[in-house]
Design a protein around this ligand. Structure first.
Ligand code: NAD
Ligand code: DAU
Length: 331
């Protein structure tokens, strides 16, 4: 099978490409614009015979048409992905997340190509800390930020293209990923690299906000499972029962790196900050037989800390500019 993977030089997309090369015979073509978030180095070491890299924009209809025509299936990761950036300048989020997804859908419609759309649990809004409920495939959409609203919009486009045009698509909505190759603007890599540089971690607001962590490799395995055995038109939630509040995660990073657990700062909170996400992934487990491998968050986080220790050359070029942007926002 020949897979076209959009956003394959980003965090989760590159983890997926490594996973596909290791676990299947598929050929992969990556289409990636290499925005500030994309990094060609995240695909280094993979065999040339199995991987073709194309630098380009998913909004470029002619390029997208040519690449979709040559593929058996498309897995669509490319997006503007960071909530804080979407509060600063929403425009690229509308362009890439909405118009880029539209451009891909029109191409797969023309060519009858199988399409898998990668989305997020943030489309469902947030939960109270003491709410026993978790998100399911039938939870009502209620996105909070420009980022999550554009992801919600892209999900709805996919659903409409399935129903109206018979496009063979599936959707997955996953919780917060951690693991190697994640940009230093995101919570876990930002705090790890702060400590490695002798800076204190920065916790937004009280730090009570809860995220439901899953290792990126478990996300990749789930996506391959859906691509293989998912029912066309269906949505699957992906999560690994990894709820943790931000304060606990920062303390774990600090102790893993041999620092006092309270050596962090509270900084300005994110406007509209979602309180809690929690995924019920029982449909995916029951119907398709997927289960996460990384069930021990402390061990998975220790591996991730070690990866950032070993790969300073990968993250250091981004660190100063990222921290300068945060400083300007009081974060
Ligand atoms: P990322 O920001 O690390 O990577 C995004 C990639 O897309 C980059 O390589 C970037 O260059 C590329 N890209 C951006 N605009 C493009 C365009 N117009 N054309 C082509 N390429 C473009 O993001 P990520 O964290 O890896 O997220 C990947 C996908 O997974 C996104 O769709 C995101 O919504 C979704 N998701 C992320 C998480 C998470 O925890 N990070 C959780 C659930 C779902
Ligand atoms: O839930 C899935 C989503 O997870 C994905 O759709 C997004 O693409 C991905 O970025 C992520 O969104 P979050 O906003 O949850 O992730 P972020 O890493 O930005 O922040 C995680 C939590 O940590 C959140 O509560 C904000 C907080 N935070 C973040 C940073 C960068 C801090 O306390 N300090 C920080 O420095």
């Amino acid at each position: 099978m020949h897979l076209l993977v959009t956003g394959g030089a980003g965090f989760i997309g590159s983890n997926f490409v490594h996973h596909v090369i290791a676990h299947t015979d598929h050929h992969v073509t990556v289409l990636d614009k290499l925005t500030y978030a994309g990094n060609r180095a995240s695909l280094e070491g993979l065999p040339d015979a199995r991987l073709t890299f194309v630098q380009g924009d998913i909004c470029d209809a002619a390029l997208v048409d040519e690449l979709v025509a040559a593929a058996d299936a498309v897995v669509h990761y490319a997006a503007e992905s960071h909530n804080d950036n979407s509060l600063d300048d929403p425009r690229p989020f509308v362009d890439t997340n909405i118009m880029g997804t539209f451009t891909l859908l029109e191409a797969v419609r023309r060519h009858g190509t199988r399409f898998h759309h990668i989305s997020t649990d943030e489309v469902y809004g947030d939960l109270e800390l003491d709410d026993p409920a978790r998100f399911t495939e039938t939870t009502q959409y209620n996105p909070s930020s420009p980022y999550s609203s554009t992801k919600a919009g892209s999900d709805l486009l996919v659903r409409a293209w399935v129903r109206s045009f018979g496009v063979r698509a599936t959707i997955s909505n996953c919780s917060n990923n951690y693991g190697p190759y994640q940009h230093v603007e995101k919570f876990i890599p930002r705090q790890i690299t702060n400590v490695l540089r002798g800076e204190r971690p920065k916790l937004y607001g009280s730090g009570e906000n809860v995220r439901d962590w899953i290792h990126a490799d478990d996300h990749s395995a789930a996506v391959l499972t859906i691509l293989d055995r998912g029912t066309i038109g269906e949505t699957y939630l992906i999560g690994a029962d990894g709820e943790k509040n931000n304060k606990d995660v920062v303390e774990l990073i600090l102790t893993t790196l041999g620092q006092p657990a309270d050596a962090y700062d509270h900084v300005t909170d994110r406007p509209g900050h979602d309180l809690r996400y929690a995924i019920d992934s029982s449909k995916l487990r029951r119907e398709l037989g997927w289960a996460p491998r990384f069930s021990d968050f402390t061990a998975g986080l220790a591996d991730t800390v070690q990866w950032y220790r070993d790969n300073e050359a990968w993250w250091a070029p981004q660190k100063d500019a990222t921290e300068a942007r945060y400083r300007a926002q009081g974060q």
